[in-house]
Design a protein around this ligand. Structure first.
Ligand code: PEP
Ligand code: MG
Length: 594
């Protein structure tokens, strides 16, 4: 069907990660932000092309100088300053400048094309180097060349400022850009990379931005300003839709909005099954500014605060006061409801400046120095101690729970708890108030801790099962890898057995077990978790109304029977069908997969 500007309507399918329909113009971010124009020039245009190159280099130089000034004023890190200085030197390097000019002159091609060829040559040289450190410096060349390219194309490389109602299109978003998404109030997000629980997906969900990820090469298909439809429930992305397609999706958008309003009306109703069993529905948040939204959606507690966002959204390392203030604000806004603060979970795909500077060069970062391992390592230990001081001091102000992520077994739990006790002793000596009985829990996110849950349950106050990572480590499927996202299956029998085992171990030890991974917010999965005895589900707040309406339509005795049945099934597809049949029988309508 032909559409605007005579371009064909293109339909692509990816991984749906945040429901809702977004309609808007494409705003491309990153290297794909503008396709590089390639054309031949006349001999008498060569000088003008070369002058454009010099102007672009000059403009880039000025931008880098400005960044250096900001760094000198704001940052404690000298490394960043030196990296920018090195980039300035590279800007004027003959291998880049002279080679680009030579291509323009010899091959009569435009500057952008010539620059791309010169950079490709330099890359090839870097890639042949054996030393990994030097090989990786090729990315510095890319950064410099991207900046010059942006200047040539009249774009601002440092700008991430999508207009409202834009659909952001990117290979993947940096954590900083992802964190800025919500402020921009964009209409949708589509990315080449990513899976259901990549952090970009989680941020999109938290801010109700319809999003489809894992589209592999969508940035090659979409051009700036193309009209796009993103259906975050089905995973469909339509590029240059025809007028009739737009009308069809606008109708669906209106129907969804009406349904959302009905669901929101259950905000003040109790979250319990028809036979009166309460299932607490809590919110996962990245910071205190998300609490108002969480309460609006009916959250009755915070089950997970991803405190690492304090590190990821600022160049400065958070000090004790920053940790205290974050926890204080969460506790104050929750007015007596549970407030769970997770200690920082950095590493793998969640990077902070100090980690990048450390250049750990890990071949498998998801299996490396991340999370509590980093906290117990020299590199993260001082930061961890500072955080524990801030959190403990805030514990004097109201009910708070401290949660350690990625605990692999009892030894690690004891090490983390030992540190906490040391900090408590410090505070006592300084006569600073804190809650002596602050609850200390752990996330169960890997098979080793799920299998030893009975041992762990004796030494902590609660469990929260982090299924995003538990699926990754059980199924050996990278949570951000689009090629294997089909294997990322929360209802796989292996997962269900692990979760069931953890729930029983917690029950036997008399401690609560929650789930705070994204599967807790899936209306088809939440009833299974509840039936397994998980009576606290923590999720992106936007999922709460729908999960609550599903739970309110069921009975716990039915759910327990359903669980007994699904635990005998052999595949995720069979489990999914069984649960879907049960919900259909009850006449429960569900929105998208999210
Ligand atoms: C999880 O792994 O399920 C979890 C909640 O933690 P995160 O997504 O922050 O890794
Ligand atoms: Mg995790």
């Amino acid at each position: 069907m032909s559409a605007r500007d005579g371009r064909e309507e293109i339909i692509r399918s990816g991984v749906p990660v945040s429901s809702g329909i977004g309609i808007g113009r494409a705003y491309l971010v990153g290297r794909q932000a503008g396709k590089i124009p390639r054309h031949h020039v006349e001999a008498d245009e060569v000088d003008a092309e070369i002058a454009r190159l010099h102007r672009a280099i000059h403009a880039s130089d000025r931008q880098l100088e400005k960044i250096k000034q900001q760094l000198a004023e704001e940052s404690e890190s000298e490394t960043d300053f030196h990296i920018v200085t090195a980039h300035q030197l590279m800007l004027h390097d003959e291998h880049l400048v002279d080679a680009t000019i030579r291509y323009v002159r010899d091959e009569l091609i435009n500057t952008e094309w010539a620059l791309r060829k010169a950079v490709d040559d330099i890359r090839a040289v870097f890639e042949a180097i054996e030393d990994e450190y030097f090989r990786e410096r090729a990315s510095d060349v890319d950064h410099v060349a991207d900046r010059v390219m942006a200047a040539l194309l009249g774009r601002d490389e440092d700008e991430f400022d999508p207009p409202p109602d834009a659909i952001v299109v990117a290979d993947d978003l940096s954590p900083a850009d992802a964190a800025r998404l919500h402020r921009a109030a964009v209409a949708g997000l589509v990315t080449d990379a990513g899976g259901k629980t990549s952090h970009t997906a989680i941020v999109a969900r938290a801010h109700e931005i319809p999003a489809v990820v894992g589209l592999e090469d969508i940035t090659e298909v979409i051009e700036s300003d193309d009209l796009l439809i993103v259906d975050g429930s089905s995973g469909v992305v339509i590029v240059n839709p025809s007028a009739s397609t737009v009308v069809e999706y606008r109708d669906a958008q209106r129907r969804q909005a009406a349904r959302g309003a009905v669901l929101m009306s259950n905000r003040d109703l109790p979250s319990q099954t028809r036979d009166g069993v309460e299932v607490h529905l809590f919110a996962n948040i990245d910071g205190p500014d998300e609490i108002a939204g969480a309460l609006e959606h009916g959250a009755r507690g915070v089950g997970l605060t991803r405190s690492e966002y304090l590190f990821m959204t600022s160049d400065r390392l958070p000090d004790e006061a920053a940790h205290f203030e974050m926890a204080r604000s969460v506790i104050a806004q929750m007015t007596g409801m549970p407030a769970t603060l997770r200690t920082f979970d950095l590493g793998a795909d969640k990077l902070a400046g100090f980690l990048e500077e450390a250049r750990l060069d890990e071949p498998n970062p998801a299996l490396g120095l991340r999370s509590v391992r980093l906290c117990l390592h020299d590199l993260g230990l001082p930061l961890f101690r500072t955080q524990l001081r801030g959190l403990l001091r805030a514990s004097a102000l109201g009910p708070m729970r401290i949660m350690f992520p990625m605990i692999s077994g009892v030894a690690e739990l004891r090490a983390a708890r030992g540190l906490l006790e040391e900090i408590k002793a410090e505070l006592r000596a300084e006569q600073l108030p804190f809650d002596e009985h602050v609850a200390v829990g752990i996330m169960i996110e890997m098979p080793s801790s799920a299998i030893t849950a009975d041992l762990l349950a004796r030494e902590c106050d609660f469990f929260s099962i982090g299924t995003n990572d538990l699926i990754q480590y059980t199924m050996a499927v990278d949570r951000v890898n689009e090629y294997v996202s089909y294997l990322y299956e929360p209802l796989h029998p292996a997962l269900l057995r692990l979760i069931h085992g953890v729930s029983r171990a917690a029950r036997d030890a008399g401690i609560p077990a929650a789930v705070c991974g994204e599967m807790a917010g899936d209306p088809l999965v939440a009833p299974v978790l509840a039936g397994m005895g998980i009576h606290e589900l923590s999720m992106s707040a936007v999922s709460i109304p729908e999960v609550k309406s599903v739970l309110r339509a069921t009975t716990m005795s039915d759910l327990e029977r359903l669980v007994a049945k699904v635990l005998t099934l052999a595949t995720a597809a069979e489990v999914r069908q069984e649960v879907a049949d049960y919900l259909d029988e009850l006449g429960i309508q569900r929105g998208g997969s999210r």
